[in-house]
Design a protein around this ligand. Structure first.
Ligand code: GUN
Ligand code: ZN
Length: 438
């Protein structure tokens, strides 16, 4: 692969930050140089152009170059059931989710949806997803195969569930452990791919299954772990009934060894103080999924509390409980959830939670989430003036904060010009033919 240079306005967070509002790096007229899939240089265009006079420059002047987005929680089999009407979590799972996930017993179908799913990620600027597959081992294979085709750093896992769901979707403690181990051996660190041990959530795993998965986690200390936590009040009451001996919902996972850095827990809306404390101590992360939390009527995540408790948070779509693949839209909805809690989420803080902050929580900050020299060249090009209205909006106000904020309210995949993974374009927008409409 050759060296390539990109000229654009460039924005990222080079380091860990408690104050992303201040700690960003921005080059109004910047240059990013990639080589062999990695980042070789980042800086001001005018200062460094001579150094790279031999290199072909892709000119994205007037556009914004950001690290590729990280979506910390979403479900690939739910791609086709976005926007299913009328239910809250437990009925929604029974009426919509489980019947759809049944189709993924067919590897050909799984492969067909995996292709479509990964295309959706790329057209929305998402370069890393932390993904739930279905219960079927072959569906996870199909997903990993498709991600490998694009050299993605994707984290994914086979869902494990052995009770409280239809018979035709159940595995067992033993098969969940065996199938997950086989998938880890096959895919974890295969190229850029990573594996996540994935019990669906406490109600659908027996204590025996959770123990088996805890054992597996000890056996593979560098794999990721993902599950759901405290999303819905009915769900929480059910977990208390099912696990009366555990201190709280989080403890169901904690006491079997499923809590550590690299564990990502979806939602965490209704947490007790002791749970915040353990989340902090264990360095596990919460995936904040605002479009899903609003759509399923689950509740309002308390981002300010998470920060006060020093719990790591990542932003996520939770497709198909979430309603959009767009991390920009997700950022906008996160802002609104915080407004309803009486807090204002700074747009730079939100952007941090879907780039560098997420990478740090996963321990992957040397590879993704930023544009530091040596990181992998996963990045996205945005056009702030993607339509007539946004062009008007940005005519006079163009600070980086303002651009990110307005894009979070106004934009979606229409603002994505191109997405690059390991230095290669995986998505390029076609010119907007609607602009000429009468
Ligand atoms: N809890 C258990 N399974 C799911 C799921 O598929 N989506 C959401 N939002 N919550 C869950
Ligand atoms: Zn989910």
């Amino acid at each position: 692969m050759t060296t390539q240079a990109y000229r654009a306005s460039i924005l990222h967070f080079p380091k860990q930050s408690h104050s992303p509002k201040q700690d960003y790096q921005y080059f109004d007229d910047g240059i990013l140089v990639t080589r062999n899939g990695g980042i070789e240089f980042i800086g001001e265009y005018k200062h460094y152009i001579n150094q790279y006079s031999e290199v072909k420059i892709q000119d994205y002047s007037g556009k914004l170059l950001l690290p590729g987005f990280i979506d910390a929680h979403l479900h690939f089999p739910q791609t086709e059931m976005l926007a299913s009407f009328g239910e809250q979590l437990l009925d929604w799972l029974t009426d919509y989710t489980f019947p759809v996930e049944r189709k993924f017993a067919d590897p050909e179908y799984a492969s067909h949806i995996a292709k479509l799913f990964i295309k959706q990620l790329h057209r929305h600027g998402t370069t890393t997803g932390m993904v739930y597959s279905s219960v079927h081992k072959q569906a996870a294979d199909a997903l990993f195969q498709q991600a490998a085709r694009h050299n993605m750093l994707m984290i994914a896992g086979k869902v494990c569930m052995d009770r409280h769901c239809p018979d035709w979707l159940q595995d067992t403690p033993h098969s969940a452990q065996q199938d997950s181990a086989a998938l880890i051996d096959k895919w974890h660190n295969h190229g850029r791919l990573k594996y996540a041990i994935t019990p669906r959530f406490a109600p659908t795993s027996s204590p025996e299954q959770l123990h088996a998965l805890g054992e597996l986690a000890q056996q593979y200390p560098d794999v990721f772990i993902q599950t759901h936590l405290s999303e819905n009040l009915q769900e929480i009451a059910w977990v208390k009934q099912l696990f009366p001996q555990q201190k709280n919902y989080l403890d169901v996972y904690d006491h079997v060894g499923l809590l550590r850095k690299g564990t990502v827990l979806g939602h965490g809306i209704h947490l007790e103080q002791a749970e915040w404390q353990r989340l902090h101590e264990s360095q596990a992360s919460i995936a904040f999924c605002p479009t899903s939390n609003l759509f399923l009527g689950s509740g309002l995540f308390d981002l300010a509390k998470a920060q006060q408790q020093q719990v790591n948070v990542m932003l996520a779509t939770d497709v198909g409980g979430g309603t959009s693949f767009s991390m920009l839209k997700t950022l906008g909805e996160a802002y609104k959830v915080c407004q309803l809690k009486g807090d204002q989420m700074d747009p730079m803080q939100g952007l941090y939670l879907m780039t560098q902050g997420a990478a740090l929580g996963l321990g992957l900050e040397d590879k993704i989430g930023n544009l530091n020299v040596g990181s992998d060249a996963d990045f996205v090009i945005l056009d702030p003036e993607f339509d007539e209205l946004s062009a008007l909006r940005f005519e006079h106000h163009r600070s980086p904060q303002d651009i990110i904020f307005a894009l979070s309210m106004l934009a979606d995949d229409r603002a994505i010009t191109a997405t690059y993974i390991a230095g290669k374009a995986v998505y390029q927008a076609t010119p907007n033919t609607l602009e000429g409409a009468l």
